[in-house]
Design a binder for this molecule. Structure first.
Ligand code: PXP
Length: 251
């Protein structure tokens, strides 16, 4: 079991605030540099088709300037593939994308999209990029991801975190059990297991106890909390929550 879970800090919503006024501040690169200083193990950014937060030049600046791995979240489109091959991030996480959604809703259709995704993943792999697929926590999706030859999956924790947030304990437990079973299945299929979406201190602490989890990608909560206590302090607290959760893990 990996003892220390990697924390990927998603800086999209620093760019959301910047774009609200159309200027250059606050700068997601500055947030990324500060996040790394405070304990982030990598930086995640999602270049959406509508460029509603991160822009093309942000990706290039992040790649050039940060000292930790860059995880480029993107839809599996030709335009994004071209950009990713130019930016050459450490990793690409393929996500589904609909223009009208507020955030990434649901996992990638790895079953219906199999034939499109196989050459897509191959091309990124040949360019030396580590590819992960953002999927629903279920055995079928994990088996499909394995057949697409992606080395990593990121389990979508959004449904679980939402149920926790609205206090629906029954739904939350059901969703968490799905994640536990899915994480175990990634181990059986030899896939590296990441997780993310909607995590806060409490949910990150709990999921960190799952021995298969290697990396958590967290954004919205961190940027929101930073308004009150600062980004560095928020990341230190998150690091602590994850490490506490991990120390409770059963190998
Ligand atoms: N992982 C993936 C694949 C995502 O699409 C997102 C949202 O951009 C996150 C993690 C982070 O989610 P949140 O901002 O809710 O922490």
């Amino acid at each position: 079991m990996t003892r220390r879970i990697r924390l990927g800090v998603n800086v999209d919503h620093v760019a959301t605030i910047r774009n609200a006024r159309g200027g250059s501040a606050p700068d997601p690169l500055r947030a990324a540099l500060l996040a790394i200083e405070a304990g982030a193990d990598g930086i995640t950014a999602h270049l959406r088709e509508d460029r509603r937060h991160i822009r093309d030049d942000d990706m290039l600046r992040l790649k050039e300037r940060i000292s930790k791995p860059l995880n480029f979240e993107m839809a599996a489109t030709e335009q994004m593939l071209d950009i990713a091959l130019r930016v050459k991030p450490h990793a690409v996480c393929l996500v589904p994308e609909r223009r009208t959604e507020r955030t990434t809703e649901g996992g990638l259709d790895v079953i219906g999209g199999h034939d499109h995704l196989v050459p897509f993943v191959d091309e990124l792999r040949r360019a030396g990029v580590r590819v992960s697929l953002f999927i629903e926590p279920g055995a079928e999706a994990i088996d499909a991801a394995a057949s697409i030859r992606a080395p990593v999956v990121e389990l979508h924790t959004g449904a679980w975190c939402h149920a926790v947030e609205i206090g629906d304990l029954e739904a939350a437990e059901k969703e968490f059990r799905r994640i536990v079973a899915a994480a175990a299945h990634t181990g059986e299929r030899g896939l590296e297991c990441h997780a993310g979406h909607g995590l806060d201190y409490a949910t990150a602490r709990r999921i960190a106890a799952l021995p298969q989890i290697v990396e958590l990608n967290i954004g919205h909560f961190l940027v929101g909390e930073a308004v009150f206590v600062g980004l560095a302090e928020t990341i230190r607290q998150m690091r602590l929550a994850i490490d506490e959760g991990r120390s409770a893990a059963v190998p």
